[in-house]
Design a binder for this molecule. Sequence first.
Ligand code: HDE
Length: 684
Amino acid sequence: MEQNKNSKDKQLDLFRSIDKGKKLTTNQGLRISEDEHSLKAGYRGPTLMEDFHFREKMTHFDHERIPERVVHARGYAAHGEFELYESMAPYTKAAFLQKPGSKTPVFTRFSTVAGSRGSAETVRDVRGFAVKFYTEEGNYDLVGNNIPIFFIQDAIKFPDLVHAVKPEPHNEMPQAASAHDTFWDFVANNQESAHMIMWHMSDRTIPRSFRMMEGFGVHTFRFVNAKGEAHFVKFHWKPKLGVHSLVWDEAQKINGKDPDFHRRDLWESIEKGNFVEYELGVQLIEEKDEFMFPFDILDPTKIWPEEIVPVKIIGKMTLNRNVDNVFAETEQVAFHPGNVVPGIDFTNDPLLQGRLFSYTDTQLIRLGGPNFHELPINRPVCPFHNNQRDGYGRQTINVGQVSYHKNSLANNTPSTSTEEEGGYVHYQEKVEGRKIQARSESFADHFSQAKLFWNSMSITEKKHIVDAFSFEVGKVKDKNVRQQVVDMFANVDVGLATAIAEAVGAEFPTGVEESPVTDTSPALSMENTVKLPDTRKVAVLIGRNFNGAEVESVVKACVEAGVQVDIISEKFGILYGEDKFAVDVDETFLTVHPVLYDALYVVGGEADNPKKFRMDAADFIDEAYRHYKPIGVAKTGMALFEGSDAVAGPGIVIADTAAHFNEDFIAAIAAHRHWDREVYGWED
Ligand code: HDE
């Protein structure tokens, strides 16, 4: 274990305090004899000021909270490493991107954007996807999202966007949701958001798992190689398990049944050794081709379609270690898109430029001063020296008389480095222009790529987008705002806008010219993603006296395929099959719910309360069925299945009729959802 530790792990070891088995002391190291009773004048008398242990314990407790992040407050993180597949030397001199096989420690935090720190996790929202690479040249932060574009084009509008999406100020509702008047009022009156809203209304914003979503750097950055040549670059994270989502009804229910659904999924996967993998890809455009595209490559509301600019896969990130302490690591980590290393530089994307200011500024209040880089999770693994001094919570004891540059007393050290010595030199982009408060004409087309996205969706994805708009805009109370949204999205697609209008009782759009774009980008559709059974969760509904041989074979096949199996019954304990085959119950109908599983295996059997067992099983089956999930039915499970509203069809694998039950069931689990199942009558 010790030899597997990377440089960041070893550094964190220095700060780890293992309290288990130790004596209780004050913060001054004094051993404590009493921690149950404060010091009092007499058994029934007042507490005395003199009780320094009481005062210290209570004072520390009173100060335990820090301000949550203004956005992305609800998050969860893990440690891991990044391994390079292929040298990027032709494009960048970044040291961690030179040698194939080289490994860099990382810390990755996923988050929702709008909700507060205690909010539920499966809300409809963009997910943050922030990665800190602890490189030998300093920390590099890729602070991205799971959507490749953004709502706005200029950072000056960010406070407005965030005020609009956060709970409304007069009544602080709704929590962690965009389905309210101010958000949609913002959208309709800031039409640069059109493309992002299409993604926001798609299933991308209700991911099944952090492990099953893509990540994007969003902005256009610059790679600069050792010769000083630059390329424009966009970053992509591609999950090895593919991109998968929840169903909206399911997502809403999970928020109640398990508000920690996403963090639990990440935590448990890592604890079980199912490490989480994403490949890193880059899209590259030569400097000379900057103006070759029908969109401005600096516009953060635009993608570079993968069919036009392919994604080159260059390495893999594996998240393999949970944190020791969520506050010390996940809460105190401070990301900043301005944390770069030589070979990675910025562009003039006006959204990125504003972010370069905001991230340090926000840490100053959140982490209480300018020394947050000294917190263990934020420290680079390489040495750092400069003349910055003092401030709240300073930990470094800077030795010596000199704290200024230039000097002779310390032989002019710490000294600057030349480019050859690894000194960061900003890319010498030529810039000239008048000082203006305006946006380039090339940023003005807000609807073409929104239409490209719409065109690229499968019929199911389109239906989900219409449903999402209908829900969100349906929650808007102001009829005028509803109408404005309908009219705005007619610019994308009149059919889409008409469907929204119909659902929310607005006038059908008239006289709006919809975008003429007919292109598609197949890479945008989640239908075309990787589909694997690995780590999917199956709920096995079972009672006593089941058919042991049958169940054993199915469970074994699932486990071999990487599927996780939970045995669910009316109460905890050991259950025996007809042939004395035994299973240990993992959960009961009371402790879990079908929305927490990807698939069902209905076994049946005897129960203490057969009627309740039948009803509970029918609830599970109905719910899984309406969420398009695979359902396997054992020979003994037929009666339960027939007692539900589910009917045989896509994704339903029945032991009595299937020629190869195990294979068919696992294939159905890999497919994840069976959209062609008739549930809502919209499978045309
Ligand atoms: Fe952020 N963003 N952001 N953002 N952002 C923050 O920094 C900001 C934007 C993103 O897990 C804050 O430490 C501005 C785009 C992530 O700790 C704050 C603008 C993208 C996280 C801030 C943007 C992001 C943040 C709040 C408009 C995707 C969470 C707390 C120019 C590329 C990182 C904090 C974590 C967090 C500002 C837009 C991603 C206030 C001004 C675009 C993943 O500084």
